[in-house]
Structure formats: C-alpha cells, structure tokens
Design a binder for this molecule. Structure first.
Ligand SMILES: Cc1cc2nc3c(=O)[nH]c(=O)nc-3n(C[C@H](O)[C@H](O)[C@H](O)COP(=O)(O)O)c2cc1C
Length: 400
C-alpha cells in the first residue's frame, strides 16, 4: 500500500455502509456454499447455483501473490458466471500490501464480496503464516483486513490497477476475463463488503478471544469452522464454540455463519435452532449433491416453525446422470479441456448410492471428456459392462 493513499481504516460509518451490500439483503438464516479448494471450481459452482441456488457462494481460495503476479492460469479459480451471484472471492496470503493490490483485482472482476481466508490448515499455507496461521499473528490479521478494505475503497474511488502498482499486462488479463464473462471490460465502481472465514483456534480453542479480535475490524460476516487448525478435519465440529462466537457477533453488526459437518438441510435447521447463528455454510455435504440447496426455503421456514419439516427427497437416477453430464460439459466450456481429469473426482462423487455405482465410479475416474461421461452413462443404462476410456491421470474420488 503506497503511503500517499494510506489512511487509517475506514470509519464506523463507512464500514456500516458496506453492510448495505448483498449481505444485508439476504434472508435469514443464510444458507451458503463453503469454499473448497479443488472442488468449488466455476463449473461446480454454476451447477450448484442452477440446481439449488445457495444464498451466497464462495470461490476456492486463491493466493494474493498468484492473483497479483502469478501465471495467468492461476487466475482460473476467479472465473465465475453471472448466475452465481452473489459470489464472493476468497483470498489468502500474509502480506498486507499484496492484499491491497489483490483487492483491486477482486473489485475490478466484479465480485460481490471479498473474503479473507484465516482458516486453511494445510502445511504449505498455515506454516508460512497465511490461512489459519494468522490466528497466531492477530495484529497482522488486522493489518490485512485494513489493507484489503483500503484497496476496496480506493478502487471504488477510481484508482486503476496500474495506479495500485499492478502491471499493465495484469490489467489486460483481468479485462479479458471480464469480457469473456459478460462482454464488459470492467465492473462498475462500488464498495464491496469484506468478510473473513476462520477456525476456532490454532492448537487450542480460543474462539472468544479470536472472534472478539476479528470483530474489532467490523467485517460484514465471519464464517467459523468449528475445528482448530490442529484438528484439520478430524473429530466433530464444535458447535458450542461456534455458538459462543455467534453470541459475541450478536452484540455487533457482523453476521456469524457456522460451518462444519452440516450434511443436509435438516442439519441446517437443527444447527440454527440450537446455536443461534445467522447462517450456515455447507461444504462436503454438497459433493455429488449439487441440488442440496433446492429446498432451502422450506428449511428457513422450519427454523422458525417447529411444526414444519424439510423434505429429504433425492433426485431420480436419470436426473443425477443428467446433472453430472451437464457439469462435465460445463467443465469443458469454462475450463481448459486439458484439465478435464480434475473433473473426475466430481464424477466419482456422483456415482454413489445406486446399484452399479462402484463399477460406474471405476469407469468415471478414467473419463477424459464429456463424451466419455455420456458413453459410460449410456453403457450403465443399457446394462452393458462398463469400459474405461484411458489410463487414470488423476483418481481423486475422495476429499483431500
Ligand atoms: C477439499 C476441501 C477444500 C477446502 N478448501 C477451502 C478453501 O479454499 N477455503 C476455505 O476457507 N475453506 C476450505 N475448506 C474448508 C471448508 O470450507 C469447510 O470449512 C470445511 O470443509 C468444514 O465444512 P463441511 O463439514 O461442511 O465440509 C476446504 C475443505 C475441503 C474438504
């Protein structure tokens, strides 16, 4: 952040103003799609948006260094479709100056919000001080939030990407992404809201101290995954810790979304009733289930009216296959066709819970195109033995 543009964080009034953006208009409880690296890519998010429309959608996290200076292909995690709105870009990193620049790019790309990852436990991210590593450096976490907010404010006030210190070639790349998405070179200038996604502690639960610290910076929303970094994904999410975070947030204007082990809309109802969160993010429950949000209005109604229930109907097998094939075609249309092996894990997740699913999954982890997917489905439906297409390049049918 250059010193000529730097001034102390935005005033309370400015911060409250940003809550006038999409978050303030969302119905409660908010039911959103959690960010998942390697999973919530643009074709999957568009499929989820088309199938059930969550209230808010987050991109996979992207490093601020990659956003500002990385090779062009690293920006593919920031490709999105208009149908996903409201869609929030999630970034991680540890350098406030780079966050300041990256915030300009997120705004220029027309995202509805910017979310800072303070929860990723992976060795490569957290050990270097980014992601959940920021729980150990709370002052730096504040600096990063202020820098990102400043970047958003300066962009809204008219600052260009090159004025912010980014290269002309990066500005051209962003413009090309915008043109491809909606035919317009840049998004209209506006202030977008800043949110944070985090965990309940690093090696011990310090949720009160940590959330109080984040609340001091007035993010519009905090999403809390009810595990410490050290727990990774082991054990059960601690919803009593999430509830304590929600109680603190209720004294402020910040929204508190709970996250962890929510597998269904019935779980959403139970968690919101019991723990008084403003909303819930669902991650792994959506794998192979992009229609999970379909009955979210019934879930919302059931939160306030205990006599109501939420249907847990599954789509027919034909529909499951059609949605899977549509996602495979979207993958080819939106992403680089050569990256199709990354779609295989999704195919594997769709092949679950019906007779012959295991054989179909074994064939799908070798699919190299949507044509392969269509052929495997047709073979399954005809009852013929499933042939595989090619040697497996990536056989990730489980979650990292
Ligand atoms: C494969 C995978 C990738 C993830 N990537 C991200 C990420 O990019 N950003 C983030 O904030 N959380 C990420 N998470 C954490 C999820 O957003 C969520 O907090 C966690 O999975 C718990 O929610 P769930 O039980 O509903 O899945 C990831 C989780 C998984 C399983």
């Amino acid at each position: 952040m250059s010193s000529d543009t730097q001034h102390p964080g935005l005033s309370t009034q400015d911060s409250a103003l940003s809550t006038q953006h999409f978050w303030a208009a969302l119905p409660h409880p908010i039911i959103g799609l959690a960010p998942m690296d390697g999973v919530t890519d643009a074709p999957f998010r568009l499929t989820v948006a088309t199938q059930g429309r969550p209230d808010v959608i987050f991109t996979e996290f992207t490093s601020v260094m990659d956003v500002c200076r990385g090779p062009a292909h690293m920006l593919s995690s920031l490709i999105y479709s208009e149908a996903e709105r409201p869609v929030v870009a999630q970034l991680y990193g540890k350098d406030p100056d780079v966050f300041y620049q990256a915030a300009h790019i997120v705004c220029e790309l027309g995202f509805d919000g910017l979310d800072i990852n303070m929860g990723c436990p992976s060795r490569s991210v957290a050990a270097s001080g980014s992601g959940a590593g920021l729980i150990r450096t709370p002052d730096l976490a504040h600096d990063i939030m202020r820098a990102a907010r400043q970047g958003i404010a300066d962009w809204a006030a008219g600052r260009s990407l090159t004025d912010a210190g980014l290269k002309e070639s990066r500005a051209e790349l962003i413009q090309a992404m915008n043109l491809r998405r909606n035919g317009r070179p840049a998004a209209p200038r506006r202030t977008i809201p800043l949110s944070v996604k985090t965990r309940i502690g690093y090696d011990t639960v310090i949720v009160e101290r940590w959330i109080e610290h984040l609340l001091a910076e007035q993010p519009v929303a905090i999403s809390v995954h009810g595990r410490t970094l050290e727990q990774m994904y082991r054990g059960e999410a601690d919803w009593s810790a999430i509830e304590r975070a929600a109680q603190l947030a209720r004294k402020t204007k910040t929204l508190l979304l709970g996250n962890g082990d929510v597998q269904s809309l019935q779980d959403v109802v139970r968690r919101v009733r019991q723990h008084a969160v403003h909303g819930v993010l669902i991650g792994r429950g959506t794998l192979g289930e992009p229609w999970l949000f379909r009955h979210k209005e019934a879930a919302r109604a059931a939160v306030s009216d205990a006599t109501r229930t939420v249907a847990s109907e599954s789509p027919t097998l034909e529909e499951r296959f059609r949605v899977m094939l549509d996602q495979a075609r979207l993958y080819e249309a939106i992403m680089d066709r050569q990256c199709f092996p990354r779609m295989r894990k999704h195919l594997g997740w769709y092949c679950n819970g019906f007779p012959g699913a295991a054989a179909m999954r074994a064939a799908m982890v070798r699919a190299s195109s949507s044509e392969d997917v269509a052929r495997i489905v047709a073979e399954h439906q005809a009852g013929s033995p499933l042939r595989s297409a090619a040697p497996p390049l990536e056989t990730t049918a489980s979650v990292a």
